[in-house]
Design a protein around this ligand. Structure first.
Ligand SMILES: [Fe+2]
Length: 204
């Protein structure tokens, strides 16, 4: 990390803003627009994401934890899809806001029906800068993948819980709903808290 220029500052400010916001106990309908605003500020630049958290996995997409609130009220994750990579069809069970940082993603929408979870027949592209929300209220089932064949695509996700440790569901290849706890791809998180650059400037 480039501590001399505090490259990671946008992520620290996002985490600080989110921490203050979740302390207000807002209903989801009031919370999501505010989270979208913070997300728009975060993805306005893509210089802040450390390279180690911008790498896809070997043969599968990666989900790198960037921050988890100590009370697990929210978590921030960088999702990285290499060419040809996509998630299974899955739900979240909590609210989430997704902002596309680099590249372009494809989202296929699904919904629960009396016959199980089925495709809505709706696919949309998410270009860099796009933001969308998921939740059991606004639509919770989808499949997301890289729309580009020659480069990785990256989106930043914030969820209303410690998403890697939440019991949720996916559809297997036969369309059968299965229990799913995603975990995380990374074992470390970025250091957000070296504010020495601004502190030194303040005294010089
Ligand atoms: Fe998702």
């Amino acid at each position: 990390m480039d501590t001399e220029t505090d490259t990671i500052r946008p992520l620290r400010e996002f985490v600080t803003g989110m921490t203050a916001m979740v302390g207000q106990d807002l209903p989801e309908a009031a919370l999501l627009p505010k989270v979208r605003t913070l997300m728009a500020q975060l993805i306005a630049s893509d210089r802040w994401l450390p390279e180690v958290f911008a790498q896809p996995g070997q043969g599968t997409y990666a989900q790198h934890l960037l921050h988890c609130d100590p009370l697990e009220r929210f978590s921030v994750v960088s999702f990285v899809w290499g060419p040809g990579q996509r998630t299974p069809v899955h739900n979240h069970t909590v609210w989430g806001v997704v902002g596309v940082l680099r590249g372009q993603e494809t989202c296929d929408e699904f919904e629960p029906t009396v016959d199980g979870v089925r495709s809505k027949g709706l696919t949309h592209a998410l270009k860099a800068g796009a933001i969308e929300a998921v939740s059991p209220t606004v639509g919770d089932w989808h499949r997301v993948g890289n729309a580009l064949e020659d480069q990785s695509s990256i989106s930043i996700h914030v969820y209303g819980g410690n998403i890697g440790a939440i019991h949720r569901s996916l559809l297997d290849a036969d369309g059968v709903e299965r229990p799913f706890v995603s975990g995380y791809s990374s074992t470390v998180v970025p250091n957000l808290w070296d504010r020495s650059t601004e502190v030194r400037k303040a005294v010089s």
